[in-house]
Design a protein around this ligand. Structure first.
Ligand SMILES: [Zn+2]
Length: 384
């Protein structure tokens, strides 16, 4: 086999060297075109059947298919090609190897995982291909913003099982939290600061909302705890209001985030704020507020005793990974695949510095991840 760690690390270095900052996060950023071309070329060179599909202008998904020689099950590996921005980083696109780590933007989130899944396809091809079933290697755009890539992927592609190669420190993640963003506006009445009978203070009114949200957050912390994810929570993210010191503010705008557990309704945050507003209005008929639902993504969970987590855990342990059953606090595309009928687990290399100015992936973890994915592909594509 020529798929030595060298080839794997070279591909990872190439991927990190390509600027693929998400243009929806950072206006004018490079986007996923160049990295998609590099991946398409890599997958074609391995003899996979490659589909490049533009999801948004200049932002293509790349899907490579390795067909087995006999009927069997289909397995998908899926990773995102976009990264967050690079503000504050000295050399984000110069992969730097030190102490067994590769530094650079996207190294951990998640070019390490993408290199591992493409590396696994290489190993399978070089070992003579797949006996049965089908391996689908999917590199999708825009996970860091609105997951346009995964949404487009599931419209065309489906598999009996999928692994999202987001960084888990080589644990097998079977659950992650969801999130709901909600905006609330309180209304007051603008007036000169010296005229309390005319003015209605929108900021103080928002204070009542904030205080109720704080109480709710305490209730969430004291409430149901998921064995892998802990409790739900919320925090006030953004607030603005008021014009100048000498006036009553007529409106205040708050945006908060509610992190959800599997099983919570897609509208739980909106329902909660509606209840709070109703209570505040009951207490003070002059209280005026409106809310607006913003982006929301459901939490995700797969039964840890179902075949995918079991097969993945087995393959990962054989490759020397800790492979503990885990939950991730951050949201992933697994929720989109799962909702579309492709059961997914999350498994990828360790590192640190996700979304921060010093990001790295552990190179030996990339090797182990690649070995585990290769082993999984051999078992999870066999007919049952
Ligand atoms: Zn990611």
């Amino acid at each position: 086999m020529t798929a030595t760690p060298d080839a794997l690390h070279r591909l990872l270095g190439d991927l990190v060297a390509i600027d693929s900052v998400n243009p929806s996060l950072v206006p004018g950023a490079a986007g996923e075109l160049a990295i998609a071309r590099r991946l398409a070329e890599e997958l074609r060179s391995l003899g996979l059947d490659v589909h490049v599909t533009e999801v948004a202008p200049g932002r293509p998904n790349v899907v490579g298919v390795l067909q087995g020689r006999a009927p069997g099950r289909s397995l998908m590996f899926c990773g995102h090609t976009d990264t967050v921005g690079v503000a504050g980083m000295a050399r984000p696109f110069e992969p730097d190897v030190r102490n067994g780590r590769l530094y650079g933007r996207g190294s951990q989130d998640m070019k390490g995982g993408v290199a591992a899944m493409v590396g696994a396809a290489r190993r399978l091809v070089e070992a003579g291909g797949l006996e049965a079933g089908q391996l689908i290697v999917a590199a999708v755009v825009d996970e860091e913003h609105a997951s346009l890539g995964a949404e487009a992927l599931v419209r065309t592609w489906r598999a009996d099982a999928a692994v999202i190669t987001e960084p888990t420190g080589l644990d097998v993640a079977v659950a992650h939290k969801g999130f709901q963003w909600v905006a609330v506006e309180t209304r007051g009445r603008a007036a000169h600061g010296s005229r309390p009978l005319e003015g209605r203070d929108a900021i103080l009114r928002m204070g009542r909302v904030l205080s109720a949200l704080e109480t709710l957050d305490s209730e969430l912390h004291a409430g149901r705890s998921h064995p892998l994810l802990g409790t739900a929570s919320l925090h006030a993210s953004l607030i603005h209001g008021g014009q100048e010191l000498s006036s009553y503010p007529d409106r205040t705008w708050l945006e908060f985030e509610r992190r959800t557990l599997p099983g919570e309704s897609s509208s739980v945050a909106v329902d909660e704020i509606d209840r709070i507003v109703l209570q505040l209005r009951d207490a003070d008929p002059e209280f005026e507020a409106e809310r607006k639902a913003m982006l929301s993504r459901d939490a995700y969970e797969i039964d840890a005793s179902s075949s995918l987590p079991l097969e993945l855990t087995h393959a990962a342990q054989a490759a020397g990974c800790p492979a503990n059953t885990a939950g991730m606090t951050f949201w992933t595309d697994a929720a989109i695949l799962g909702a579309a009928g492709t059961p997914a687990a999350i498994f990828g290399p360790g590192g640190a510095g996700l979304h921060s100015t010093e990001e790295y992936v552990i190179l030996d973890d990339v090797n182990k991840c690649c070995a585990a994915l290769t082993a999984l592909a051999l078992t999870a594509t066999k007919p049952r």
